[in-house]
Write a protein that binds this ligand. Structure first.
Ligand SMILES: [Fe+2]
Ligand SMILES: [Fe+2]
Length: 508
């Protein structure tokens, strides 16, 4: 039997709680059609005798062990099957009960009450100038091979910068990135003085990953290279980004935990209400649940009304305010030591343009223990810095970069960290509000960066920042079924603020 077939059997067993003892694998591999046995098995240890197979498998009884004479070979441990494939955790890494700590939330920035844009051309210009200025400083700080010049000046002196040895540097906004028919990447680079057309060659021997992945428009990027002889093209030898060193996370003195969820989608027929009750009970009864002092809800807490065509057919609660009041009752089921911090997403009842303000006071009044903030929000819990963003721009990263897929949304989060911007593309899938100060720039690298929106689940360490893609509480929708997308619902991500150890708890 091929190894790939054994993987199929293993996956089926994991998904159905069937455990395989030592010796059974080998017997299964000798069979012509082992899946016919496995598919009839009940959860628990698989016994081949139950299916008429004349097999005696070594069990743990002393009588069986006594028959083993020689040689005694040390056997590999039997793998522990975890249906969801999620890593185990140690309670020593989650040392403090939530009830033993006082609340410590400091909001550094969110848009609520701070939006000043009138949506005029001046605001848009100011927004992009502010973005360019902030990220340019970071790129210069990271280091360039030569002094950076304004684009208009470079062009006026372009004769000096022809040939491979006469390197020039510029920093600007990417405009109209596209691939040539030969596979090179070409885009215009703009700053406040002018624009120039840049070309990044496809080089099979020394491939630049950006040629493969593509680049989003309106990114701020540094380029070094030289002009073509006629001065029409700037040949890029290197791209330059802000520095992203490995950093040491801040460890809170009080080792309580923060948990993450997103995209609850209350009001949808596919909202998984029973699993919510299960989670609420777990939080009350499980030692890990007792350490959770904060629960971050990263947007789309309700399904909303009129968000997409024919949505009413998919709604169990068709009134928007009833959706929010129902969610308020579900929050009440959580233990009273849990403080919720809630930001909106693209399904919520606020303006869709980002940055989005917090939900309106008439919605907030139904909630007793919830803090409402805007999207995105930068805040600290016990000194540990968090950046929470719903994640709508992941749609732009998936559409605009060939290497990013909905199956691995943390890759989009890594790009946001690299480019120091949450939603760079203007006029894409993410509506943006042109605030004169561009606060979607990631000015301070957070200890924990959390998104949602894509209904997947991830929790990884990336250069000293914990990246959390929060799980949803909504089952697969008909739209997702049509796309062949399988969400990963009902997984609570828990991060300890003192140790930064993580746990992911499944409830579905
Ligand atoms: Fe969602
Ligand atoms: Fe969303």
């Amino acid at each position: 039997m091929a190894q790939a077939d054994w993987q199929d059997i293993l996956q089926y067993c994991m998904a159905n709680g069937i455990l395989i003892k030592r010796g059974v694998k080998e017997k299964l591999l000798e069979m012509d059609n082992p899946m016919s046995i496995v598919e009839k098995a009940e959860p628990g240890f698989l016994k081949l005798e139950d299916f008429g197979a004349p097999v005696k498998v070594l069990d743990e009884s002393p009588a069986d062990l006594a028959r083993v004479i020689a040689p005694l070979v040390e056997t590999a441990p039997v793998p522990v099957f975890k249906i969801h494939g999620l890593a185990d955790y140690n309670m020593d890494d989650f040392p403090m009960k939530a009830t033993d700590a006082s609340s410590d939330i400091e909001v550094h920035w969110e848009i609520t009450g701070n939006s000043v844009t009138e949506g005029r051309m001046d605001d848009i210009r100011s927004c992009f100038n502010d973005r360019l200025k902030k990220i340019k400083q970071m790129i210069v700080k990271a280091g360039l091979p030569t002094r950076c010049s304004d684009i208009a000046r470079l062009q006026s002196e372009r004769i000096r910068f022809t040939g491979y040895e006469n390197i020039a540097c510029a920093i600007g906004l990417v405009n109209e990135p596209r691939s040539t028919k030969n596979g090179h990447l070409i885009f215009d680079l703009e700053d406040h003085t002018g624009a120039m057309t840049c070309l990044l060659r496809k080089d099979d021997e020394d491939p630049n990953p950006v040629v493969t992945s593509g680049i989003l428009p309106d990114n701020v990027i540094g380029v070094s290279g030289s002009f073509s002889r006629d001065g029409d093209l700037f040949y890029i030898s290197d791209l330059h980004w802000p520095d992203l060193p490995n950093r040491q996370r801040v460890n809170a003195e009080q080792g309580v935990s923060v948990a993450f969820l997103s995209d609850i989608h209350v009001g949808s027929k596919t909202f998984l209400e029973d699993q919510w009750y299960k989670m609420a009970q777990w939080m009350r009864e499980d030692p890990l649940g007792h350490t959770i002092k904060y629960l971050i809800l990263s947007g789309d807490v309700v399904d909303g009304v009129g968000i997409y065509p024919n949505q009413d057919k998919e709604l169990a609660i068709t009134d928007l305010y009833h959706q929010y009041s129902h969610f308020a009752r579900l929050i009440e089921l959580l233990p009273d030591w849990v403080e919720c911090i809630l930001l909106p997403g693209n399904h919520d009842a606020v303006r869709p343009a980002e940055p989005q303000p917090a939900l309106e006071p008439d919605i907030q009044q139904d909630y007793n223990t919830t803090k409402f903030v805007g999207n995105p929000c930068e805040f600290s819990l016990h000194g540990v810095r968090l950046l929470s963003y719903h994640g709508k721009s992941i749609d732009d990263f998936v559409a605009g970069m060939r290497t990013i897929t909905y199956g691995s949304p943390v890759d989009a989060m890594k790009q946001m960290m690299l480019q120091r911007h949450l939603a760079p593309q203007w006029g894409g899938k993410t509506p943006l509000s042109p605030e004169p100060q561009d606060n979607l720039v990631i000015s301070t690298i957070p200890d924990i960066f959390v998104t949602g929106h894509v209904h997947g689940h991830s929790c990884i360490n990336h250069k000293g920042t914990t990246l959390v893609c929060s799980s949803t509480w909504q089952d697969q929708t008909s739209y997702q079924r049509m796309l062949g997308f399988q969400p990963q619902p009902c997984i609570l991500t828990v991060v300890n603020l003192g140790t930064h150890k993580t746990a992911s708890i499944p409830f579905a």
